[in-house]
Each structure stands twice: as structure tokens, then as C-alpha cells.
Design a binder for this molecule. Structure first.
Ligand code: NAD
Length: 330
């Protein structure tokens, strides 16, 4: 069996080579993404594992099928960059890696929560200026004295809740579907509104859907306690960023830690060191001391990368050998 891994980052290679050795598979690894220009690399291969940052032209799905390819395996949980309809029409099975390390994101959400509550940005900015004083506005609250609101109690939300419970916080939550096991360490409320009214710190852990676009808008921010904190490691479009900036200016929010931004695509994973950021809202996010912005990096641990690589390649193997996969999404 000959497989091809495309769009490989340097940090993925070591895990891909390990997988190939353990499974005795002939695996070609390239950092080229799949495109009309690189389609020829697929010739003679039995399966492909991709990591596209942009979509594929529609006709490429049939071209892949014509080359004898049966599947597309993405080494990510998200698969919105693939046209599932076109893939299905061409007879291609698309797979993802739905769970690779919820702890990675949960630990980052907690890191972000602590950093924003303890105002680490402000402290670090003063250190860079060699100002070592304890400014009055650096005084922080303690997590154990806070009520934490978890929005979305799936895999990541539940672990985040358990870790913060360990700090002594009271945990309240909202989810469309309540989880019985979670009731041991958190109390469910009947709506997002009820949670934000009572919480001192809110952490978002639900997927972006057409129903929750800009759920965190002026109305919701206005329901929050003065001086609350918001952590978003889920998806940027759940938050109306202009409204978030207004909430920070008005003091409704004392701080925000955002690993995602609704219009992050032109910037995230790119080097803008000597380039101008044209998006004024994004520019403000990365420059404000009361906002900690991180580049969609919550997942980025050794365990998560290894599981994404192995999960993607296992799915290729499954489809090539059995014509199906548990991780099929179309
Ligand atoms: P999950 O599917 O296990 O849990 C999501 C939960 O959200 C479910 O319990 C679901 O019922 C709930 N939910 C869905 N819509 C809701 C709504 N409108 N209101 C309230 N609850 C709702 O997913 P997960 O593995 O815990 O991941 C959560 C999110 O984290 C993902 O959807 C993704 O957006 C994000 N994520 C971010 C990173 C990163 O690097 N920053 C990495 C992976 C995942």
C-alpha cells in the first residue's frame, strides 16, 4: 500500500514516520498542499491524508476518483474546507479526526482564564518597560472566589469545568443537551442568559452553528456582571467582536482571552512581523492590554499533533482496506 500525506508541517513528520514504520506502510510525505499543480503527486498512490488551509476546485474530486483514489482524510476535526457534496458525487469518502486531545484545548482555556484574570498582559507590558512596580489596577481576584460559566459541556467544556472546579470555583453551565456525568461537578442553568448573569468568568466550548452566530452580542454582554471575564477557545463567529470591544470599554468585561477571531483567516498561522494589519478590529484585539489574543493554538500539544497524524492516517488505511471508516463525515 502506498499512501501520500500532503500539507505536512515539520512538527508532523516525526509522528508520520513513526506511524509508517509501526504499520509497515510506504508513506510519501510532502509539505505541498493538494492543488491542480500538485495533483500529479497523487498518481500511483492508494490513499491520501490532507491538511488543506483552502478549498479544492470542484472538478478535483472527480479527478481524484479517476486516479483510483477512494477517500480524502483530513488531519483535523474541522472539514468545512471540503465540498462534501462534490466528494460524495465523485464517490469519495471524507474522514476527519473528531477527538484528538480535548485536554490540550481545556488546559489552554484554563491557562487563558488564569492569564486574563491575573492580568498577565499588563504585568508583562510593564516588565518590557522595566517598570517593576505593583500598580493598583494589577490587583486580581482568585479563581476559587469566582463563579465560572461553561457554555457547551462536551468533551472540552467538561474537562475545563473539572480543572477549574479543582481551583475551588463554583461551576455553572449551559448546553442544549445536559450531560449526566457533568452534574457531579457543575450545575446546569436553563439558558445562556442565566449563566452570563451569574458568572464572573465565562468560557465558550460549543461549535459554531448557524444558530449561535454572534450569540455574544451587545444584549448578552449587557446582562453580564460588571468586571466579568470571557474566554473563547471555540470559534470566533460566536462572538460579535465589535460588541466585545464595547463591553471592554464600558467595564462590563474586565478582560478577554481569545484563541479565535471571527475574521482570523487572513492572519492566523501567517507571519505579519513587518506587515500592516488592515482589519482595524483585529489590530485593536492584538494591541489591547485587556485582551489576550492567541492564534488558534489551543490544540497545539505533542499529544494532539501525534493523535491528529495517526488518526488521519488510520482513517486512510481503514477506507483503503475496508471501504469505510468510523470517522466518515459524508
Ligand atoms: P463536543 O461536540 O464534544 O461538545 C460541544 C458541546 O456543545 C455539545 O455538548 C453540544 O451539545 C454543545 N452545543 C452545541 N451547540 C450549542 C448551543 N447552541 N448552545 C449550547 N450548547 C451547544 O465538542 P468539543 O470537542 O468539546 O469541542 C468544542 C469546540 O471547541 C469545537 O466545536 C471547536 O469549535 C472548538 N475547538 C477549538 C480548538 C482550538 O484549537 N482553539 C481545537 C478544537 C476544538
Amino acid at each position: 500500500m502506498k499512501l501520500l500525506m500532503m500539507g505536512a508541517r515539520e512538527d508532523e513528520r516525526i509522528f508520520a514516520e513513526k506511524w509508517a514504520k509501526e504499520n509497515k506502510i510506504d508513506l510519501e510525505i510532502t509539505n505541498d498542499f493538494l492543488s491542480p499543480d500538485t495533483l500529479h503527486l497523487v498518481e500511483g498512490k492508494d490513499g491520501i491524508a490532507l491538511q488543506q488551509t483552502m478549498g479544492l476546485p470542484k472538478e478535483m474530486y472527480q479527478q481524484l476518483a479517476d486516479l483510483g483514489i477512494k477517500q480524502i482524510a483530513t488531519r483535523s476535526a474541522g472539514y468545512d474546507m471540503y465540498d462534501l457534496e462534490a466528494a460524495t458525487e465523485a464517490g469519495l469518502i471524507v474522514t476527519n479526526v473528531p477527538e484528538y486531545s480535548p485536554n490540550a484545548i481545556a488546559e489552554f482555556a484554563v491557562t487563558s482564564a488564569l492569564a486574563t484574570v491575573r492580568q498577565l498582559n499588563k504585568i508583562q507590558a510593564n516588565m518590557a518597560k522595566q517598570d517593576f512596580r505593583w500598580a493598583k489596577d494589577m490587583i486580581s481576584r482568585e479563581i476559587r472566589s469566582m463563579t465560572v460559566g461553561i457554555i457547551g459541556t462536551g468533551r472540552i467544556g467538561r474537562i475545563t469545568a473539572q480543572i477549574l472546579k479543582g481551583f475551588g470555583a463554583e461551576i455553572i453551565a449551559y448546553d442544549l443537551y445536559q450531560n449526566d456525568d457533568a452534574k457531579e461537578f457543575l450545575t446546569y442553568k436553563d439558558s445562556v442568559e442565566e449563566v452570563v448573569k451569574e458568572a464572573d468568568l465565562i468560557s465558550i466550548h460549543m461549535p459554531a452553528t448557524k444558530d449561535n452566530y454572534h450569540l455574544f452580542n451587545d444584549d448578552l454582554f449587557n446582562l453580564m456582571k460588571d468586571g466579568s471575564f470571557l474566554v473563547n477557545t471555540a470559534r470566533g463567529m460566536i462572538v460579535d467582536t465589535a460588541a466585545l470591544l464595547r463591553a471592554l470599554d464600558s467595564g462590563k468585561l474586565a478582560g478577554a482571552a481569545l484563541d479565535t477571531y471571527e475574521n482570523e483567516m487572513p492572519y492566523v498561522t501567517k507571519d505579519f512581523t513587518d506587515k500592516e494589519i488592515e482589519d482595524e478590529i483585529f489590530k485593536e484585539l492584538v494591541n489591547r492590554e485587556d485582551v489576550i489574543f492567541t492564534p488558534h493554538i489551543a490544540f497545539y500539544t505533542d499529544t494532539a499533533v501525534e493523535n491528529l497524524v495517526a488518526g488521519g492516517l488510520n482513517a486512510v488505511y481503514d477506507v483503503v482496506t475496508t471501504d469505510d471508516s468510523q470517522n466518515r463525515v459524508n
